[in-house]
Design a binder for this molecule. Structure first.
Ligand code: AMP
Length: 489
């Protein structure tokens, strides 16, 4: 069965089951199939069959799911854009992608209005493995957005892996959808849910901005599979009632997109004793995640920072330094090779050529991430472009953060270089403490500096420590480094 058939089968097996719940709106599997077929038919009539992408801008409306499937069924890839995106950015994306059109949830509603006849299914396009399924725009380091083309083959490889690893109960799971659809973390919950006949339970940005409402919503969500950034879970953990009694059905937590602090994983295991915690790692360019590991108390005791796991079986991870594999255990750039690696950046052959190449007859991607292997597990050691020079010393910001995470009183930490005249002037550490203790900031700073001094050279110890209850989050749910830095100006 191809992906379209895997999803559409639920409209026959469990037509009345909710495929999506979002802020009181529901969409059943029967409605999802019927409306996405209708949209496909309408789009096929309007547009040439040239595989040009179609953008869809909204938030968590059920029409987003209808649009994603309808666009693919019409023979085009979709570009998910969140409603929070400024119009200038949307313009740049549409131009870069040479998008055929931009749809909104209201337009989707119009296009799928029940017609007299059921849409014919013979016009439904079933993408070939090399056909683009979606294109997600990430921010390039130059500030120009890059459109990562994910083919049907990439997505199938990813979904096959997580379905085998997790053996979802068919037609019985509820997946948390925290990330906006424009962030590829959402692909994990969206498609894991749709292929297993599950229910996708979306949180809107308004809910997330209102903790009282958020926890009320979670209480009634019946979520069994939690997918979010670690920052979002860290934020939820600030609420003492966030524990098993609040969401008794939760059996798994999956994380991706940023470092999972041992303390966050440990707190979740304590508060949700029946649930598993998984750390996964990967860039958008390799379809959501490429490595995974179940984080147990034993793993937490043994490793700090936590490992990001082992590669999925159909792909290879290489650690390279100056183009050659490093010796076992040494640090280098993480290169991912396999069927989940993207076709490249849309209409940017220059950028594609720089980042993608062939390894052992597989498509490979240079991640720009540093990593090393230990005991067969991959460890993420920070971004190569988070490498700074401070007073002549070469420093990996990720290295300092990992060592801060390892201190017993630290729940989470983010380190930011403070710039002066375009040069790093000093380092500031933003720290969430496990408990405030009855000490002044000055005393806590002194203790942390002393503890860190036992693990790192002096020039890597942040000058300033700022204690916060939680980090501001980007729209994607990652710690917002820019906002933290701005707070210091
Ligand atoms: P994105 O393409 O937005 O998903 O961001 C991908 C980047 O997030 C990766 O290249 C890493 O730098 C970082 N990342 C993803 N997963 C993890 C993880 N489990 N631990 C630490 N960093 C991660």
């Amino acid at each position: 069965m191809n992906l379209i058939e895997q999803i559409d089968q639920w409209s026959r097996k469990t037509p009345g089951r909710n495929a999506h719940i979002s802020d009181g709106q529901t969409l059943t599997y029967a409605e999802l199939t019927q409306r996405s077929n209708a949209l496909a038919e309408s789009l096929s009539k309007q547009l040439p069959a040239d595989h040009s992408p179609i953008a869809v801008q909204g938030h968590k409306e059920p029409e987003m799911l209808i649009a994603f499937l309808g666009i693919v069924k019409s023979g085009h890839p979709y570009i998910p854009l969140d409603s929070s995106l400024p119009s200038q950015r949307v313009e740049t994306i549409l131009e870069t992608a040479k998008a055929a059109m931009l749809l909104t949830p209201d337009q989707v509603k119009e296009l799928v209005k029940p017609s007299q006849a059921d849409p014919s299914t013979h016009s439904i396009h079933h993408p070939a493995p090399e056909d683009a399924w979606y294109i997600i725009f990430t921010s390039g380091s130059t500030g120009e957005p890059k459109g990562v083309v994910i083919t049907c083959g990439c997505l199938e490889s990813f979904i096959h892996w997580i379905s085998c690893e997790h053996d979802f109960a068919e037609g019985a799971e509820t997946f948390l959808n925290q990330a906006p659809f424009s962030f590829d973390l959402s692909v994990m919950d969206l498609y894991a849910s749709l292929v297993s006949g599950g229910t996708l339970f979306s949180l809107t940005k308004d809910m997330i901005a209102d903790p009282k409402r958020l926890f009320q919503v979670l209480r009634h969500s019946e979520i069994s599979c939690w997918v979010s950034t670690p920052s979002f879970a860290q934020f939820c953990l600030t609420e003492p009632a966030f524990k098993e009694q609040m969401i008794p059905q939760v059996k798994k937590f999956w994380f991706c997109g940023e470092t999972l602090a041992p303390e966050v994983a440990g707190s979740l295991l304590e508060r949700f004793p029946k649930a598993e915690v998984w750390n996964t790692y990967g860039p958008t360019e390799a379809t959501v995640a490429t490595t995974s590991i179940r984080i147990t108390q034993e793993i937490i005791k043994r490793y700090s920072p936590l490992p990001v796991g082992k590669p999925k079986p159909d792909c290879e991870i290489h650690i390279l330094e100056n183009g050659a594999d490093v010796k076992s255990g040494e640090r280098g750039e993480i290169v991912i090779a396999g069927p989940n690696v993207s076709a490249g950046y849309i209409h940017r052959p220059d950028l594609t050529e720089r980042a993608f190449y062939q390894v052992n007859h597989m498509r490979a991607y240079r991640t720009g991430d540093l990593g090393h292997y230990q005991d067969g597990y991959l460890f993420f050691d920070g971004r190569m472009d988070f490498q700074i020079k401070l007073h002549g010393y070469r420093i990996e910001i990720g290295d300092i953060e990992n060592n801060l995470h390892a201190l017993t009183s630290v729940r989470d930490a983010v380190v930011i270089p403070i710039m002066k005249n375009n040069k790093a002037d000093y380092l500031a550490a933003f720290v969430v403490l496990k408990e405030r203790m009855n000490k002044s900031d000055f005393e806590i700073t002194r203790t942390l500096k002393r503890e860190l001094g036992g693990r790192l050279p002096d020039y890597m110890i942040p000058r300033k420590f700022i204690f916060v209850e939680q980090f501001p989050m980007t729209h994607n749910g990652k710690a917002d480094r820019r906002k933290l830095a701005e707070g210091l100006k």
